[in-house]
Structure formats: C-alpha cells, structure tokens
Design a binder for this molecule. Structure first.
Ligand code: NAP
Length: 271
C-alpha cells in the first residue's frame, strides 16, 4: 500500500498560489475572499478559521460576515452584496444553512465568476457543458490528488461512488473532462462490488463507514476516500475499510504480489 501524501500536494499548491497572489498584488489587486457564515455551529467555526489561516498564508485577504440566526433574506442580501463588491473576488457560503434556504438556493445569489466553491448550480451546469467554471473545492481536491499520482487520466477506468452535487457529480464531470472513462454509482446501484472492482481509480463519497471493503478493490487501484464519518470516540474515519483492503492483498497469493499495491488517500482536510 502506498499512502498518498496530501500535505505535500497542498504545500506545492500553496506555493504556486502564493506566487500568483504576489503577482496580482504587485499589479495593484489584493485578492479577497468573502465568507458568509449564517450559523454558530462549532465545526463550521473551526472550518472558517482554517480557511482564513490558509488564505492569509498565501496572501489572500478574508472577510467574514458572521450572521448566525440570519433570515433567508439576510443571507441572500449578504451574498448579493459580496458578489457585487468589486474589492471581493471570491464568495463562499458556509453550512449548515438557516431554515428556509438551501445551499443551492443561496448559491444562486453568488456571482458565477466569484463562485470559488462551486455552490451556484449554474457553475455545475457550466462544468457539465465543458465550459470554464469553478467546481466545489473537495471535487477539485480529488482531481488535484489524482493528477499528482497519475500522469494521465485519459482512458483510465474511474468509478465514483456517490452522486451528490457537492462531491460525486462534480468529481465525475471533472474526470470526464480529463478523458477518463467514468462510472457513477449510488444507493440503487446493483452489484456495487462488481462495478467497483473494475476501477483503476475508485473515488468514494458516500458518508457510510466501510461501505467499500476488500472485494470492491482491484489490485493496483488508486482509492480516494472522501468520506468523513465521526466515530463514538470522537475521531473521523472514511468510507473505505482500509484495513480489510490491506489485509486481503497481503494474504492473497492470486495477486502475484507480496504486498498490496494500492494508492490510497483520504481527503479529510477539506479543499
Ligand atoms: P450525500 O449528499 O449524502 O451523498 C451520498 C451519496 O452516497 C448519494 O449519492 C447516495 O446515493 C450514495 N450512497 C448512499 N449509500 C450508498 C450505498 N450503500 N452504496 C452506494 N452509494 C450510496 O453526501 P456528500 O455530501 O456527497 O458527502 C459524502 C461524504 O463525503 C460524507 O462523509 C461527507 O462528510 C464527506 N465530505 C467530505 C468532504 C471532504 O473534504 N473530505 C467534503 C464534502 C463531503 P443516492 O443519491 O442514491 O441517495
């Protein structure tokens, strides 16, 4: 088993971003991200702090509209204002959303050209049409990781488990645009094990512990486990039973290998 080192990839991306930001600053633009936070959820507060830290590290300014208890209209107004503000270049809305408005509905009020987390359904439509657009950060992260692991995705057999509009669908569309042969699975898929076991690359975004076990995984496959499932002892685990995958490969003589050769990554540090 080879574990993919996401931190190394992140460091590389951060250094590229910092130099792009510095070029923009020298031409008089200070890249600025506007965050609307319509909740006082603790996990969200942690996530917002980590976005701010990450942005500041590369020179991006971050302004937050903390508006726990906001009404639907107040959220819409905040997103509209940031979208129209020429000094703000990217706009994001954090979940959970207040009653009466979904993230998709809120997303419609984020200008497509500032929709850096792909929350506007129009951004997904542009992606589906093969046009320039932003995809949700997690979906982009999956593709970044794969591009660092495999030189070309063209022709690779990819199975994406999960079809949500925040992960499964945009991941599938991004990989299709890179000429992978993509199959999307979901809760009604028949014989998930058989479909998954054909994959050169298996991307799992379900939100259920051990939904993928040893028999779902072909020898040599790259697995990206997007799932984040809280355990009773306060930890987070993915959707793939990694131990079972490793144990089977280590003991299966039919693979013709002494040890497992999967590449596995968990994208639990979002974006
Ligand atoms: P979601 O909206 O609940 O979608 C889950 C998907 O999994 C659905 O398409 C569902 O199928 C499918 N599914 C459910 N049970 C299944 C089964 N037994 N076999 C096959 N497919 C099944 O979840 P999400 O927002 O995409 O998130 C998925 C996971 O990723 C969660 O654990 C979430 O916390 C995590 N996540 C992680 C990050 C990160 O940065 N790491 C970011 C976002 C989300 P149907 O469509 O048929 O219902």
């Amino acid at each position: 088993l080879k574990e993919i080192n996401g931190r190394e990839i992140a460091a590389l991306i951060n250094s590229e971003t910092a130099s792009a930001v510095s070029k923009l600053q020298s031409s008089g633009t200070r890249p600025t991200l506007g965050l609307v936070v319509p909740t006082d959820d603790e996990a969200t507060a942690w996530y917002v702090r980590s976005i701010k830290r990450a942005a500041e590290k590369v020179g991006i300014a971050c302004i937050t509209d903390e508006m726990a208890g906001a009404s639907r209209q107040e959220v819409v107004d905040a997103l509209t204002r940031l979208s129209r503000d020429p000094s703000v270049h990217g706009v994001m809305c954090q979940t959970p959303m207040p009653d009466g408005i979904s993230l998709q509905e809120a997303g419609l009020h984020i200008a497509v050209e500032k929709d850096v987390d792909g929350a506007n359904p129009k951004s997904l439509g542009l992606l589906a049409a093969g046009l320039v657009s932003f995809a949700p950060a997690t979906a982009e992260a999956v593709v970044e990781i794969l591009q660092h692991e495999k030189k070309s995705l063209a022709g690779a057999r990819v199975v994406v488990v999960g079809r949500s509009i925040v992960v499964g669908k945009p991941v599938a569309l991004l990989l299709l645009a890179r000429h992978a042969t993509v199959t999307i699975c979901h809760s009604r898929t028949e014989d998930l094990e058989e479909v998954c076991s054909q994959a050169d690359i298996l991307v799992v975004a379900v939100g259920k512990t051990a939904v993928i076990g040893a028999h779902h995984v072909k020898d040599g496959a790259v697995i990206i486990d997007v799932g984040t499932n809280p355990t009773a002892d306060g930890k987070l685990v993915g959707d793939v039973d990694g131990e079972a995958v490793v144990a089977r490969r280590s003991s299966d003589p039919s693979t013709g290998r002494r040890g497992p050769s999967h590449h596995i990554a968990a994208t639990q540090a979002r974006g």
